[in-house]
Design a protein around this ligand. Structure first.
Ligand code: SAM
Ligand code: SF4
Length: 329
């Protein structure tokens, strides 16, 4: 098992397979997109597999594929298939915007993928367009239907933004009455590729829960999964559940069990650090598995205690100005 220098087990890898995306969520990237990475800058299929397999051999047993949008990468299904066969990997999951996902749901199910995070900030098509700058609401809703039809656990991720979608909080909670989905409201974070001015949040996890509690006074605290970043709640009579993720307030660092690998192969042991190891260079430099594992161990042994410490220790503020798509949200 991998344990960091603060005694936290590390068993969860978030692997970003591309920075590219078919949406332009304003809290994630500018309208014109990013300076997309070239194919040679991105980790190749073989490199993604090698890094994953090394980390699984060291104790990682859960991998989440993210990006950018994973389904814009052409070799995503072969990659998922190879990852699903890794010995020691108990859970393979995906975070997707759902635009291209529906046709693959059957195959995801047959690969043993039991849970998918679907990003959806509103149930209103025109607000969806305003937030994502693309007219794809129907496609995302179709993916939601397909996932539920195939009995895949769905967590809906909703970034809460003042002036944009706070009126969607209650309708999204209402969705959990009939659907067995978990809707998680996420505090907005600064990682938007400088797509818009970020000056902190007015809707934090406390305010979001106050809003929900006003209309659902009988809401009760659920038992959270170990290392969960969300605080989860049940509402009597609802098939699904709701949760909040204090991503900006950073209340969950004490039990953080996750590391990230960016689309260019940079290891981040905290979302707020600016990258602690360049795995791609190590792989392309001909290092052996043993050497890469050694470097990974060293990085995990040097982990910041929390996101605030990681942010202070970062050599530059570049990370904060990056898009979540270039980090792997
Ligand atoms: N494209 C996929 C999607 O949207 O689900 C996967 C990548 S996306 C970067 C992963 C998650 O990060 C999404 O749920 C998105 O809402 C969230 N995200 C992106 N930028 C964010 C920001 N500035 N603050 C909070 N969450 C953000
Ligand atoms: Fe694309 Fe996901 Fe970022 Fe939206 S949040 S622009 S869907 S990567």
């Amino acid at each position: 098992m991998l344990i960091d220098n603060h005694g936290r087990p590390i068993n969860y890898l978030r692997l970003a397979v591309t920075d590219r995306c078919n949406l332009r969520c304003f809290y994630c990237m500018p309208e014109h997109g990013l300076n997309w990475l070239s194919r040679t800058e991105l980790l190749s299929y073989e490199e993604l597999l090698r890094i994953s397999s090394l980390l699984v051999s060291m104790g990682v047993n859960k991998i989440r594929i993210t990006g950018g949008e994973p389904f814009v990468r052409r070799d995503i299904m072969p990659l998922l298939s190879s990852l699903s066969a890794l010995n020691g990997l108990d859970e393979l999951t995906i975070t997707t915007n759902g635009v291209l996902t529906a046709p693959y749901v059957n195959e995801l199910k047959s690969l043993g993928i039991r849970s998918v995070n679907l990003s959806l900030d509103t149930l209103d098509a025109s607000r969806f367009f305003a937030i994502t700058r693309r007219d794809e609401f129907a496609a995302v809703m179709h993916t939601l239907e397909e996932l539920l039809k195939h009995d895949i656990d769905v967590k809906i991720n909703t970034v809460v933004m003042q002036g944009q979608n706070t009126q969607d909080i209650l309708p999204l909670v209402e969705l959990t009455r009939e659907l067995p989905v978990s809707v998680r409201f996420i505090e907005e974070m600064p990682f938007n590729g400088d797509g818009h001015q970020f000056s902190g949040i007015t809707w934090d996890h406390v305010r979001i829960m106050d809003e929900i509690r006003q209309y659902h006074p009988h809401i009760t605290k659920a038992v959270d999964e170990p290392y969960s970043t969300s605080y989860n709640y049940n509402i009597p009579g609802h098939k699904g559940s709701v949760g909040v993720i204090a991503a900006y307030s950073r209340t969950f660092c004490g039990t953080c069990n996750r590391i990230r690998v960016t689309p260019t192969g940079v290891l981040k042991t905290c979302l707020y650090d600016d990258g602690v190891l360049n795995l791609r260079d190590m792989l392309r430099g001909g290092n052996t598995d043993q050497q890469v594992k050694q470097a990974l161990l060293q990085a995990i042994n040097n982990r910041a205690a929390d996101g605030h410490e990681a942010e202070r220790a970062a050599q530059s503020t570049a990370s904060i100005h990056q898009s979540m798509a270039a980090i792997g949200g």
